[in-house]
Ligand binder design. Structure first.
Ligand SMILES: NC(=O)c1ccc[n+]([C@@H]2O[C@H](COP(=O)([O-])OP(=O)(O)OC[C@H]3O[C@@H](n4cnc5c(N)ncnc54)[C@H](O)[C@@H]3O)[C@@H](O)[C@H]2O)c1
Ligand SMILES: [Zn+2]
Length: 384
């Protein structure tokens, strides 16, 4: 056990912030299957507001409604469907959720349940933090990004004034329910994006997790990480545990701006913006991981062997290490806003082996020539 994060049993992790303030993460397959009672055991007696993203409503709306109504009767909950794209991730949609909560007279001990990707869980997490000055919420993430990040952390945010996640809260769900069967309908590209975040964590923190991803590569995508493949279950649980441990080190992000989980998140914003989001977040993270690792190799921090292992894992998971729109000038310009955000520090996370990392803290530790050389190294691999 590290930082009060531990497995209570095979399918339940607890993150104990205090003896009364606890976040539980439940792993259960086919959670809305009528024969599955796992989720119901954790549901409060009180009334609940169930919010589904538009996509989840289309794919799973009926089974979700039947699940709740058969257990709790029609009156015990209200269902709300919200369209969940980045452009709807705003205060208006938060207001929609709060309005539905008001109409059903949701009280402090009632719960908002969010079922959807990171956009949906972020909107609902924030709505639950502000409605009636805070009611509990439950997140049921339906994407791999949700499993390993948005659905299990304590941050919630919506876009405001053109800035991503500009308004939000630190408030953890009382429960996260992780059902890998949702991944069966997820687009392969979205799945790869989630894998990029798993590779990020494994590289800086967990050699065992890295080996598991390395051994399976694209099979994880093709199998949609289903339970019959023991490795997938292992990877999901190990990733959740690792993320919670690392987040707890600096839970309100005030101790330090040097965070291992920022690996892959220094160059990626410029890559997303300059490609007009043609490159998705997780894809940009994979490219950033490759660039940061090439810098580490150039500096002699990462060995050649580990560098090529890392590049191999990215490629085997079907992710790119470069994009034609990327050049050193564009990446260099993008660093200004990152440095401003990190309080004048660069804090570029670079791998120092597999399962370990170090930081280039001072902006002076990186120069444009080094960046160009790193890109050259990756181009050589890509063209080989
Ligand atoms: N709060 C946090 O700590 C945190 C962490 C990471 C990301 N985020 C936020 O999460 C968002 C990204 O999350 P995401 O990658 O889950 O994106 P998303 O919510 O946009 O979902 C991605 C796509 O997959 C679809 N989808 C979701 N589940 C599906 C399923 N089971 N089957 C088929 N289609 C499905 C969605 O409709 C959408 O088109 C961003 O807004 C980001 O800011 C928050
Ligand atoms: Zn990310």
């Amino acid at each position: 056990m590290k930082n009060n994060v531990f497995f209570v049993n095979d399918n339940l992790i607890e993150n104990r912030f205090s003896s009364t303030d606890i976040h539980q993460v439940l792993f259960s397959e086919g959670v809305f299957n009528p024969q599955n009672h796992d989720f119901a055991r954790h549901l409060p007696e009180s009334r609940i507001l169930v919010v589904l993203s538009g996509t989840i409503n289309k794919l799973y709306g009926q089974i979700v409604r039947e699940y709740f109504e058969s257990r709790r009767g029609r009156e015990a909950q209200k269902f709300l469907v919200v369209e969940c794209g980045e452009k709807n991730k705003n205060l208006e949609t938060v207001a929609e959720v709060c309005k539905a909560a008001t109409e059903m007279n949701l009280k402090r001990k009632s719960v908002i349940v969010a079922i959807g990707g990171g956009v949906c869980t972020d909107i609902c997490g924030f709505a639950s933090a502000v409605y009636d000055r805070g009611v509990p919420h439950i997140k049921v993430p339906t994407t791999l990004v949700g499993f390993g990040d948005a659905g299990i952390g304590i941050k919630n945010g919506v876009n405001f004034c053109g800035r991503k996640n500009n308004i939000g809260s630190f408030s953890h769900p009382q429960l996260s329910v992780l059902d890998s069967t949702f991944l069966l309908t997820l687009d392969e590209r979205q799945l790869r994006c989630g894998l990029a975040e798993v590779i990020k964590l494994a590289t800086v923190y967990d050699l065992v997790l890295f080996r598991a991803v390395e051994a399976n590569g694209d099979r994880l995508v093709k199998s949609r990480m289903q339970g019959y493949q023991e490795e997938s279950v292992f990877i999901l649980k190990r990733a959740v545990l690792g993320i919670l441990e690392l987040l707890n080190d600096n839970i309100y992000e005030v101790n330090s701006y040097a965070r291992a989980l920022d690996f892959g998140h220094t160059f990626s914003p410029s890559i997303e913006v300059s490609t007009n989001h043609q490159v998705l977040h997780g894809e940009a993270v994979a490219i950033d991981i490759a660039i940061s690792s090439a810098i580490s190799k150039k500096l002699g921090v990462l060995s050649e062997k580990d560098f090529f292992r890392l590049i191999g894992v990215i490629k085997n998971c079907g992710l790119d290490i470069l994009h034609p729109a990327i050049d050193a000038g564009m990446l260099w310009r993008g660093l200004d806003s990152i440095i401003a955000h990190r309080n004048g520090e660069l804090n570029l996370v670079i791998p120092a082996g597999i399962g370990a990392c170090t930081f280039l803290r001072d902006p002076k530790e990186l120069n444009k020539t080094l960046l160009m050389e790193a890109l050259e190294l990756l181009r050589g691999i890509d063209n080989a």
